[in-house]
Design a protein around this ligand. Structure first.
Ligand code: SAH
Length: 363
């Protein structure tokens, strides 16, 4: 019989194969073709689960566009650069970025736009928002052609599936998702055997006390490594903005947001947005291992301020109607105020070691 919900589908799977990894649970909750968050609804925006920086203010995407243009200039203005956005959501950031880039002679024509997106629902919204540039969609980076690349990702890495390990008396053990007896509810269980993923944990986890939780994002690490290697091989840079911590540390950051509120991540999978904080130190480490230079992480508020967010907002507000001007000013505050998005959100740049420090990251 067909499943009526993702909870039912996952319960059937767990009965068949035993407890599943948190990564499998997250991937299904977000990406299941029938019941995943991105299939069932539209998680972004005022009517969805959460609002992202490009949806708060157009200045965010515009400044990132100018960041890309400056990187392109410093590269010597190559005739062809792949401009790649990872997880473009509704296409708002890219649309704002391209509008700003249009003011830089030669730059817009040099950029070929690529969107890495798995959600068919969001691909449709991106196609509408970016109809004028004929973007090319990808499931992953492997199909983006070789050559110089500038990549941007906002609130993308937090959405990638993680694994959680818990420290036992002697070893790290993987936390998996099992069924609550005789019901379709879910609970965490611990593997009895030590986890082979413990080998991927950095030095910050040595000596962790019993019961500590370590999070690993294998998909995120693979991407950071690939971006680093490509940038070293062909030139370019990547700008990653997300919420997370600057230094690796134990802790459970797995969370669910539904309709702008916290939600139990093990209840009603597919109905809420599941994420984890990004471990920027670990991402930086793998990119450096690939030969790239890494700058930051710095606070999002600092990056936007260095890139001229205040002046840009003031210029826009001066030309806008009073209510629109107020929206621009309050949007900027929300993006840079340390009590709002300004400090939990951070930015890191993966860069070409032969090039200068990217804009906004200079000390
Ligand atoms: N950058 C956008 C959207 C953030 S939400 C913004 O700032 O508004 C996360 C985005 O990543 C969504 O577009 C989601 O569909 C996409 N995504 C999540 N996992 C993905 C994966 N494994 N591969 C490609 N895209 C993914």
């Amino acid at each position: 019989m067909a499943d009526r919900s993702l909870a039912e589908r996952l319960a059937r799977r767990i009965r068949g194969e035993g407890p599943i990894s948190l990564a499998d649970y997250m991937a299904a909750a977000m990406g299941d073709p029938d019941f995943g968050r991105y299939a069932a609804g539209q998680p972004l925006g005022a009517t969805g689960d959460f609002v992202t920086a490009p949806e708060v203010s157009q200045v965010f995407g515009e400044l990132i566009g100018l960041w890309c243009a400056v990187v392109w200039r410093r590269m010597g203005e190559p005739a062809r650069v792949h401009l790649v956005e990872l997880g473009p959501g509704r296409g708002t950031l890219m649309a704002d970025a391209l509008r700003a880039i249009a003011g830089v002679p030669g730059c817009r024509a040099a950029f070929k736009v690529h969107l890495m997106e798995t959600s068919p629902t969001l691909r449709q919204l991106q196609a509408t928002a970016l109809a004028c540039v004929a973007p090319i969609w990808h499931d992953d980076l492997s199909t983006v052609p070789e050559g110089p690349l500038i990549a941007v990702a906002n609130e993308f890495f937090d959405a990638l599936p993680i694994r959680q390990l818990q420290r036992g008396p002697h070893f790290w053990h993987e936390r998996r998702i099992d069924l609550v007896a005789a019901e379709d509810g879910f609970r965490f269980v611990l593997d009895a055997a030590p986890s082979p993923f413990a080998a991927l944990l950095g030095s910050a986890f040595q000596g962790a006390s019993e019961g500590s939780i370590a999070e690993l994002c294998p998909a995120g690490l693979t991407l950071a490594r690939t971006l680093g290697e490509r940038i070293v091989r062909s030139g370019g840079a990547a700008l990653i903005v997300d919420y997370g911590y600057a230094n690796s540390m134990p802790g459970d950051t797995f969370q669910a947001i539904r309709g702008h509120r916290r939600h139990d991540p093990l209840v009603d999978p597919g109905m809420a947005d599941l994420t984890a904080h990004v471990d920027f130190a670990r991402l930086a480490q793998v990119a450096v291992e690939g030969g790239a230079a890494v700058h930051g992480p710095i606070a999002q508020g600092a990056l936007l301020t260095h890139l001229g967010a205040e002046a840009r907002t003031a210029a826009l507000a001066a030309r806008a109607a009073p209510d629109q001007a107020e929206r621009l000013r309050s949007g900027l505050r929300r993006l840079i105020d340390p009590l709002e998005m300004g400090s939990l959100f951070k930015a890191v740049a993966i860069a070409d070691p032969r090039q200068d420090v990217p804009p906004g990251f200079e000390a």
